[in-house]
Ligand binder design. Structure first.
Ligand code: NAD
Length: 252
């Protein structure tokens, strides 16, 4: 087998592959969906917010609530065999262990964990048939690698994503399936802006969020999407079960 060489973006490294990207309406998921499409993949770009999917370049847009089990089965039937699943949809529910309600806890796990479990179960049989597939799960530096204040349910759910990732990787490592997780630091996306707005002091909160990264800045969606592309492609063919930190040094 030849060793993969660096290639310029847009050189078709996902040519002939079919991908599902969830949370593709904005932020990291949107960037990744368009990047996968630019690299030749047929992309099913899914989001709860159908309006947010408008204008996505090169993708097939689909309104999908990842907590809807029946809709996931329907997507699988419609999309056919899937080569790449990027489980990117997620949400941040703030709160400590004392002020996180049972509902907040349940919602965090429904969206951030159970939806991934269901999507993986939907696409995996087809991947196993063809002995080929890359599954990428969105975790976070918050959770297993680091604790963060006011993020109890979020951190627990993202830690569970790492457990799910290792479990799938271990079970199917001999059958052509790879499963890896991405752990971003603080990334400048629409939902981050919304979280900063709710603090009441945008500038002060922004400075504090930047300071979490020793590099002194926020990450950009494209910096995370580039890793998703690497994990989706054969460039990472020897890699499975990993949780990759892209965090400006936060986890150092
Ligand atoms: P975002 O939070 O701005 O957007 C998330 C997208 O997911 C939205 O378009 C939303 O409509 C969609 N979504 C939410 N619930 C959904 C559901 N039930 N079904 C389908 N779609 C749903 O995007 P982001 O900040 O890039 O976050 C993407 C992922 O990255 C999330 O899993 C998040 O937890 C993770 N992450 C983000 C950061 C960050 O700092 N932004 C850091 C670490 C991890």
């Amino acid at each position: 087998m030849t060793h993969p060489l660096p290639r310029p973006a847009g050189s078709g490294r996902l040519a002939g592959r079919t991908a599902i990207v969830t949370g593709a309406g904005q932020g990291i998921g949107r960037y990744a969906a368009e990047l996968f499409a630019a690299e030749g993949a047929a992309v099913w770009a899914c989001d709860l917010n159908s309006a947010a999917l408008e204008g996505l370049v090169g993708c097939r847009a689909l309104a999908l609530d990842v907590t809807d089990a029946a809709a996931i089965v329907k997507l699988q039937a419609e999309a056919g065999p899937i080569d790449i699943l990027f489980n990117c949809a997620g949400l941040v529910v703030p709160g400590t262990v004392l002020d996180c309600s049972e509902e907040d806890w349940q919602r965090s796990f429904d969206v951030n964990v159970t939806a991934m479990f269901r999507l993986i179960r939907a696409v995996l049989p087809g991947m196993l048939e063809r002995e080929r597939g890359s599954i990428i799960n969105m975790a976070s530096v918050v959770g297993a690698p680091k604790g963060a204040p006011d993020r109890c349910a979020y951190g627990m759910s993202k830690a569970a994503v790492i457990g799910l990732t290792k479990s799938v990787a271990a079970d199917y490592v001999k059958r052509g399936i790879r499963c890896n997780a991405i752990c971003p630091g603080t990334i400048e996306t629409p939902s981050l802006h919304a979280r900063l707005e709710t603090t009441g002091d945008f500038e002060q909160a922004l400075a504090a969020f930047k300071a979490r990264q020793p590099m002194g800045r926020l990450g950009q969606p494209g910096e995370i999407a580039a890793l998703a592309l690497y994990l989706a492609s054969d460039d990472s063919a020897f890699m499975t079960g990993q949780s990759v930190m892209v965090d400006g040094g936060w986890s150092l």
